[in-house]
Design a binder for this molecule. Structure first.
Ligand code: NAG
Ligand code: NAG
Length: 487
């Protein structure tokens, strides 16, 4: 969601790819959770090959119309034979991964009380990252292993392909395909995806139309997908949950920002600020960091006692964001204010997921003048933390950001995407002048900002809490099972 498709050479999918990818998952799981030593590596490998071979064998046997002994034994112990195979980049960082985890975890809790179907998961769509897996909570890892080992009969399984459509069967790059053996073998196949521009390219349109259903996160996507040529009867809006129990401002003390940030502009290092703006984004043009810096530097100066903290990470391999910002400011060629630039800090260290709420807690407002978002996860996290947010009134954020719960930032015009996989598409050009007005207003009208921030959390709890969204997803899946069984 938050990134264009991985830039990888096109390689035709081979059977060995399936074995390989699926094996890596099990290897990672075994080593990292069960703590196998390196001398156990050989054992682990034979174990994973046995394991993977079994799963593939079960799919292949099914193809051949033979009964499947593995699945049969496991199924007989379960209350329901109905099964959902959820395939996503579970072992990578990134937007699709965090979104998939949030669905899986909330569905898991929901199904405890309403065991209407079982869930099994499979990694697909991106490269595995041991660092990411390492950072997950132990109980999450245990749950992943448990879910991964659940066996399902393909003819009783709904598959969710939660990834960019290039990873769907047949994949355009090397990954375990989704659905694993093509579209015909499963009860139903759902594609979950999203884009950040005004349209879906023709290749992706075809891939979406091969699915039985296409789940997208917002009304914005429903209309851009349908306008691009995707069968409207297939497109369903399923919003994204935000963990409002984890992102709860009552539970945290602020993080010490100065200790983790580097000063890039301005001087007179302080240990307290009049007002702290926070922005969180990957370093790419889409995120509108140029718009943010222009607006901030034109509107404020040293005497305003404000600070802007940018938590960013690299899009490819570039870093050194401090110098990039200084270069950008030099190119702007604007006069330095007499009383110095307003403070700009960069945080480019990895902030562990568990520390994110404390990061938001340390800010007075969140700002992201993005050019386009699939959903905008940091925006909803900030809202759940009761921060007033300023974000572009286009694409993902239009699903949840209103004048009542935040500051929707007006768009100047649509502009052409200049590079990358979406070149030639359009996205939004947020207004620098309007951003200046909103940033000034959130500083000078603290009571209004507080009320909007609180309303933001209330709206997140009401409409996007995990249990709320899990019910929507479960009902949708149940409806598909009902349709299929009635036939
Ligand atoms: C799926 O296939 C198995 C064995 O091939 C069969 O016993 C079962 O009834 C089938 N389920 C459905 C829903 O068709
Ligand atoms: C946001 O966009 C909607 C429609 O796209 C429009 O009706 C609304 O006035 C906009 N709000 C602002 C603050 O620009």
């Amino acid at each position: 969601m938050d990134q264009p498709p991985p830039d990888r050479s096109k390689r035709p999918w081979k059977f060995s790819t399936f074995v390989y990818s699926s094996s890596i998952l099990f290897l990672l799981l075994s080593i990292l959770l069960l703590g196998f030593t390196s001398t156990d590596l050989y054992k682990t490998q034979s174990l994973r090959f046995t394991f993977t071979a079994n799963r593939i064998y079960s799919y292949l046997q099914f193809h051949a119309g033979k009964p499947n002994s593995i699945s049969e034994t496991l199924n007989s112990a379960s209350s329901s034979s109905h099964c959902v195979l959820w395939m996503a980049p579970f072992l990578s960082s990134g937007g699709y991964s965090s979104e998939a985890w949030s669905y899986i975890l909330s569905l898991h809790h929901h199904l405890r009380n309403h065991p209407r179907f079982r869930i099994t998961i499979e990694h697909h769509g991106d490269l595995e990252s041991p660092e990411f897996w390492d950072g997950l909570a132990t109980e999450t890892k245990e749950l992943a292993i448990e879910m991964h080992s659940t066996q399902c009969r393909p003819n009783e399984t709904i598959v969710v392909c939660h990834s960019e459509p290039g990873a769907w069967y047949p994949p355009l790059f090397e990954t375990l395909p989704c659905p694993p053996t093509g579209y015909e073998d499963f009860l139903s196949v759902i594609g979950r995806t999203m884009f950040e521009t005004d349209r879906v390219n023709p290749e992706h349109v075809n891939r979406c139309n091969r699915m039985d259903h296409v789940w997208v996160p917002t009304e914005f996507h429903v209309s851009s997908f349908v306008q691009s040529g995707i069968d409207s009867s297939k497109v369903v809006k399923i919003v994204q949950p935000v963990d409002v129990a984890f992102f709860d401002p009552e539970k945290y003390e602020p993080l010490d920002l100065i200790a983790i940030a580097d000063l890039v502009l301005g001087s007179g290092v302080k240990n307290s600020f009049g007002f702290v703006f926070l922005s969180v984004f990957k370093w790419e043009q889409r995120k509108g960091w140029d718009v943010l810096l222009k607006a901030y530097l034109r509107e404020f100066s040293g005497k305003d006692n404000v600070a802007l903290f940018l938590l960013t990470n690299s899009y490819h391999s570039e870093s050194d964001f401090g110098n990039k910002i200084v270069d950008f400011v030099e190119e702007l060629d604007e006069e330095e204010p007499e009383d110095d630039y307003p403070l700009v800090y960069v945080i480019d260290k990895h902030i562990a997921q568990v520390d994110l709420p404390r990061l938001y807690k340390a800010a007075d407002a969140f700002v992201l003048p993005t050019r386009g978002e699939g959903w905008g996860r940091p925006i909803v996290e900030a809202m759940a933390m009761s921060l007033p947010v300023i974000a572009t009134n286009w694409s993902g954020p239009t699903e949840y950001l209103t004048e009542e719960n935040g500051y929707p930032l007006g768009v100047e015009e649509m502009s052409e995407v200049k590079e990358g996989p979406f070149e030639g598409h359009l996205w939004a050009e947020p207004s620098v002048d309007k951003l200046r007005v909103l940033m000034r207003r959130v500083v000078s009208e603290p009571e209004e900002a507080r009320v909007k921030g609180k309303r933001g959390r209330d709206d997140m709890v009401k409409s996007f809490a995990p249990e709320v969204v899990a019910k929507v997803v479960a009902d949708q899946i149940e409806r598909i099972f009902d349709e299929k069984v009635r036939r």
